[in-house]
Design a protein around this ligand. Sequence first.
Ligand SMILES: Nc1ncnc2c1ncn2[C@@H]1O[C@H](COP(=O)(O)OP(=O)(O)OP(=O)(O)O)[C@@H](O)[C@H]1O
Ligand SMILES: [Mg+2]
Length: 323
Amino acid sequence: MSDDFSALIDDDDKQPPVRKIPPIQTGTPPARMGGIIQQADPVEPEWEPPSDDEWIPPAEDQWEPPHDEKKEMQEPLKRESSGEVRTPPGRRTDQRIKLGIEGLDEMLGGGLVKNSVTGIIGTYGTGKTTFAINFIFEGLKLGETCILISLDERAEMLKESIRRRGYDLDAYLDKTFFLIKLDPTDFTLAVNSIKNDIPDLIRETKASRVVIDPISLFEGLLPDEASRRLEMFKFVERMRDEDCTFVMTSETDTQIPYASKYGLVEYLVDCVVLLRYVRTSDLSGTHLAVEVVKMRRSQHSREIKPYEIQPDDVVVYSEASVF
Ligand SMILES: Nc1ncnc2c1ncn2[C@@H]1O[C@H](COP(=O)(O)OP(=O)(O)OP(=O)(O)O)[C@@H](O)[C@H]1O
Ligand SMILES: [Mg+2]
């Protein structure tokens, strides 16, 4: 690892390391700069009919057209507003990356699609960080290299929670696991690190799983709606170019418990996992509930399932129902 990156890895909260900040990159291709949603170039190759061996037609009883997307079936190559080319509905033999939460991996059709970008959206205390840690340690146990970038929790507190959950942190820390604490109040450092250093670090370490927790703090650093849209679009596009499966968590909107804080994440990512509280009908308590709201190019469950965060595990009750 180069000195540039080791300076980012926060081993000791008390002594902020001297960090080398690369200049903000300029010269982004104009097509990506303008019209974030409507005019962006397609970032993936045009869809071509898959060969027989990579296309598994869905069994009739396994797939139902989404109620509001029947039109999409008739026009499978119509562009989405994000500029992406839609693939026909059905299942493809995409490689899956497990989150390490059994019931949720099942809801995702086997896990996250390899090298996709996922948003885990939830209000405070719903388990965003816990889900992120699970995802990271599932990869570490498989021998992968993983990066967790925390914008809210102190490195020492995070390490403590990881150890408390029973993970052998010291076996991986600074070897195949890189824990980076960014201070969101240091605007220049946080923005430049996220925009420039992180993609370089991913390449240098060959990390296959990367988490930013929560991305909404980065979004909040940006001065206005227009720059948030532009920077988030550019950042997510940049992460798509990396050979890694990327998860970003987001706080929810204060009024809408199923929308991300700035209403961007859910449109930019490939997959959205929503975590929320559901009150019991007699108002005697709350349950936690998880839902896969969107998963591009993949079949997934649309059910809402209860889950519990236990001291050393996250359990999704796939047989139970919330309502
Ligand atoms: N070791 C543990 N044992 C039992 N429950 C735990 C444990 N760790 C976390 N939890 C539960 O998970 C909740 C918080 O989880 P987590 O920090 O992952 O949520 P979060 O969505 O990241 O919260 P925030 O928005 O505040 O960052 C706690 O409120 C608690 O209910
Ligand atoms: Mg958290």
